[in-house]
Write a protein that binds this ligand. Structure first.
Ligand SMILES: Nc1ncnc2c1ncn2[C@@H]1O[C@H](COP(=O)(O)OP(=O)(O)OP(=O)(O)O)[C@@H](O)[C@H]1O
Ligand SMILES: [Mg+2]
Length: 464
């Protein structure tokens, strides 16, 4: 069976001819003489495609299309129309028709269009099925990632979670390192025990040491009494050490020892403590480079890096962008009590075109921002942060098209100067301008009133 087609046309001859041509082409066909009857046949016949005339007495083709969609049917609809009425056909396309055919019908064109729609439908169904199957296999609560790059990561998580080995999670800022650490803990046999975090870059050495290992009375200046460190508090569970590259050398030695034999002493303490804690570390610096530079102990690196989970930047997994955007839209819309349905087409295009230097965190902030501003049922492009979009539109208030040549030139000169560390000679060379022109322009920028040229010093705007 090649597929099921429902033909709706008030003209009996046209209906008959269409049905015959389609049956000859191997399709299963049902017909209806008006839009009401057509709608009535949809639930039982379950067509893969509908072919409907536009001009019909009673309910016309456009109305039929709207009723189908509002009833939740998303099957492709191809409309047929008199040659003179192409304007209505275009309206139908805008409202979601898949294509239109002009009458008198060309049977070759008919069979091409129907075959193409059936192909698309099949591909869509297969993709949907595949996605659903993958999502089922490696899904973690609150973790979006059906892209191939994320699936590679997620498929090892169950094994990683089951083992006791130390884990090093690497990835650019905002790629989800902490979220993955929490997911590993939640799916581990330690899930009921504590999951604690310590940010190694947030505290200076004596405090950091005390936070990690605890201290005895008087050992930490300015603090009295004995204090338990995170290692002890996390007993039986998992300790997440964020930005491990910031761990000072002396503490690197102490952590190494703990990883080797589970023992440590509190600051100023004699007693050797022995606790069972799984350590997950994260870094957005390349730790191997830190090792090569002599800033991070190689032995500690290997102890931590028993398992490495490397999170790809968002730009390397474009198919996750929209899924994440929808995930965050649901999250923030429900927090704000706003009944948002989704994004406008233009907003989706902008989200997809942007490079996301701040990765998932930046995307999350952008959506949170948009949800606050959203006034209609769909988030529009204008409600997204202004920098979100293709690179050309993003450049520091410069819009192409939309900016004057002199503003573009000013931007080019200032950005290039920034890149050359202020050398006008190098900048002139890169820009293919004379040094004197560059210098002259700079003088102009300094003396120009702001109203003419805008704020001259903003080179790039990044979201917060
Ligand atoms: N795959 C994902 N699915 C859903 N939410 C995600 C995903 N990845 C990241 N997030 C969300 O994005 C935000 C940033 O993630 P997270 O804090 O884990 O990043 P990070 O890599 O630890 O960043 P940093 O290096 O700056 O500490 C969090 O709110 C997190 O919940
Ligand atoms: Mg983090």
């Amino acid at each position: 069976m090649k597929g099921r087609v429902l033909v709706v046309d008030d003209d009996a001859d046209a209906r008959g001819a269409l049905a015959e041509a389609l049956r000859d082409g191997g399709y299963t066909v049902e017909t209806a003489a008006d839009a009401f009857k057509g709608l009535g046949k949809v639930p039982d016949f379950a067509p893969d495609l509908m072919l409907t005339d536009l001009k019909m007495p009673g309910m016309d083709g456009l109305e039929l299309l709207r009723k189908l969609r509002s009833g939740g049917y998303d099957l492709p609809v191809v409309v047929t129309t008199a040659f003179a009425d192409v304007v209505t056909a275009v309206t139908a396309l805008k409202q979601g028709a898949a294509d239109y055919l002009t009458k008198p019908l060309d049977l070759t064109e008919l069979s091409l269009v129907v075959a193409r729609e059936m192909d698309r439908l099949r591909l869509r169904r297969e993709a949907g099925l595949l996605r659903a199957r993958l999502a089922e296999r490696y899904s973690f609560r609150n973790l979006v990632g059906s892209s191939p790059a994320m699936q590679t990561v997620l498929k090892v998580l169950p094994q990683v979670a089951a083992s006791k080995a130390s884990v090093l999670i690497t990835g650019e800022p905002g790629t989800g390192k902490e979220l993955i650490a929490a997911a590993i803990h939640e799916h581990s046999p330690r899930a009921k025990e504590p999951f604690l975090k310590l940010h190694c870059a947030a505290l200076a050495e004596p405090l950091l040491e005390s936070e990690l290992f605890g201290h005895e009375n008087g050992a930490l200046p300015g603090s009295s009494g004995r204090r338990e460190g995170r290692l002890q508090q996390a007993a039986g569970g998992t300790l997440f050490l964020d930005e491990i590259s910031a761990l000072p050398p002396a503490l690197q030695v102490r952590l190494l020892r703990f990883l080797q034999d589970h023992t440590f002493e509190r600051m100023g303490g004699e007693e050797t403590l022995d606790v069972d804690v799984r350590v997950i570390a994260a870094s957005n610096h390349d730790l191997r480079e830190e090792v090569a530079m002599g800033r991070f102990r190689e032995d500690l690196f290997y102890r931590l890096n028993v398992v490495n989970v490397d999170l790809p930047p968002l730009r390397a997994r474009p198919s996750d962008i929209l899924a994440l955007a929808i995930h965050f839209l649901r999250k923030y819309a429900s927090e704000d009590g706003k009944p948002l349905e989704g994004f406008s087409d233009e907003a989706l295009e902008r989200l997809a075109a942007y490079e996301w230097p701040g990765n998932v965190r930046e995307l999350e902030n952008a959506i949170a921002h948009a949800v606050v501003l959203a006034s209609g049922p769909r988030v529009t492009a204008a409600e997204l942060p202004p920098n979100v979009g293709p690179a050309a539109v993003r450049t520091a208030g410069i819009r192409i098209p939309g900016s004057k040549m002199e503003d573009i030139e000013r931007h080019a000169i200032l950005t290039t100067l920034e890149a050359t560390g202020g050398s006008t000679t190098k900048a002139a060379d890169i820009l293919g301008m004379s040094v004197r022109t560059v210098q002259y322009r700079l003088q102009q920028y300094h003396s120009a009133p702001k109203s003419e040229l805008g704020a001259p010093t903003i080179i790039s705007r990044r979201p917060d």
